[in-house]
Design a binder for this molecule. Structure first.
Ligand SMILES: Cc1ncc(COP(=O)(O)O)c(C=O)c1O
Length: 385
């Protein structure tokens, strides 16, 4: 069936302002290149043009040098991963789709977190897999999984989690992992816990760096997803990966199925695979610059709160965005539209299925000047709502 393009009132208003050459300070930006974090072209070109870029040596799981470099990345995160159990894909999104297709048959379901970046529901819809949401709630100053909302059944083939989450920054605690583990036991046999860790390298200054869920014992079977779009700030290279852990029986069953699937696509191009070890080695400096930007913009926002009466900033454990609660009675969509009339583009919380309707989401990635101008627009908008 043809899909109607979704033009929401915010997109329409932003387009109208741009057509009139009126400013739009984009506080939803998630593209590192647009935010000023592109790698220098010569460095990237040299990495992509390294030895092997000219050859087609297909390996369904990706070349071994790339997989070994990814295993080393997990060692730096306090976790052990075998290159043999790492599989490259052309983005994290593609890996999600493979897993939905490989693990689920008609009528099966997966549990997915809410609120969350609306990617998983779209991928599940494309893959014709039913999703059963479970809630993450903000309680006593932190986000946590609501164990009572996890409702696995005999058709539940996977439980998906995002840690750190987008947009809340929620990083799974030991109690959250226990709740997910308990749900896994009540689901279909060999139900897989799939954890998306694309934001693992972006802890906020006020919080300790999270370790990879891969470092936790007793989570079995487990698949970790990540990729270069956030880890090395190069979404244009289209590289993601899956790291698998589990019993030897499960691995013996799943690895050939995965290979059959990936062999049909061989979707990761040679230059990106050749560049990956170098990019992972050099990325910490680029990520540090992003973390400094995120922390600085967050501090600016916190300082502006005195002029945003009644607004509350929820703590950000990690990630590129922050959630702000609006004063009681202020509708998030009306506020977002008013903010855009004043020049700032923000996301209303319902884009991410927040339980309440008075949250907005702000990306902290924007250039500090644009971020400051955007905050001024929010300050002007609030009394008008
Ligand atoms: C939590 C999360 N996972 C995955 C992705 C997509 O990553 P990729 O570009 O590797 O498909 C995004 C995109 O922003 C994201 O926010």
């Amino acid at each position: 069936m043809p899909v109607e393009p979704k033009l929401n009132p915010l997109t329409l208003l932003a387009a109208k302002r741009r057509a009139l050459s009126l400013p739009v300070y984009d506080l939803t930006v998630s593209n590192p290149d647009v935010a000023g974090f592109a790698w220098p072209r010569e460095i990237l070109a040299a990495a992509l043009g390294g030895p092997g870029c000219e050859r087609h040596q297909p390996d369904p799981f990706g070349n071994i040098e790339a997989r070994t470099a990814i295993a080393a990345y997990y060692t730096q995160h306090g976790a052990a991963a075998s290159p043999k159990h790492i599989c490259l894909s052309a983005s994290t999104s593609e890996a999600y789709t493979w897993w939905l297709r490989l693990l689920c048959e008609s009528g099966d379901n997966v549990l997915v977190p809410e609120p969350a970046y609306p990617l998983i529901s779209i991928l599940a819809e494309i893959s014709r897999v039913k999703i059963i949401p479970y809630r993450c709630e903000f309680k006593e100053g932190l986000w946590c999984v609501d164990p009572a909302s996890l409702k696995p059944d005999a058709k539940t083939r996977a439980i998906l989690a995002i840690s750190p989450a987008n947009p809340t920054g929620h990083t799974l605690s030991v109690a959250d992992l226990k709740a997910l583990r308990d749900a896994q036991k009540k689901a279909a046999p060999s139900c897989v816990l799939i954890v998306d860790e694309v934001f693992l390298d972006y802890p906020a200054a006020a919080f300790a760096a999270p370790s990879s869920v891969l470092a936790h014992k007793n989570l079995d079977p487990l698949i970790i997803l990540s990729g270069l779009s956030k880890v090395t700030l190069t979404p244009q290279l289209k590289v993601g990966w899956s790291v698998l852990t589990g019993s030897s029986e499960w691995l013996q069953m799943i690895l050939p199925q995965l290979e059959h699937h990936t062999d049909a696509f061989l979707s990761v191009n040679a230059p990106a695979q050749v560049a990956l070890p170098f990019l992972l080695k050099e990325a910490p400096a680029y990520r540090a610059a992003v973390r400094a930007r995120l922390d600085a913009n967050e501090a600016t926002l916190r300082a502006a709160l005195v002029r945003l009466a009644g607004c509350e900033l929820l703590p950000r454990q990690a990630g590129w965005s922050v959630v702000m609660r609006l004063p009681a009675g202020v509708d998030e969509l009306s506020f977002a539209l008013q903010a855009l009339e004043e020049g700032a583009c923000v996301h209303p919380g319902h884009y991410y299925d927040f339980a309440s309707e008075n949250c907005i989401v702000l990306s902290l990635l924007a250039d500090p000047k644009d971020f400051g101008a955007g905050l001024d627009a929010l300050i002007r908008a609030l009394p008008r709502c």
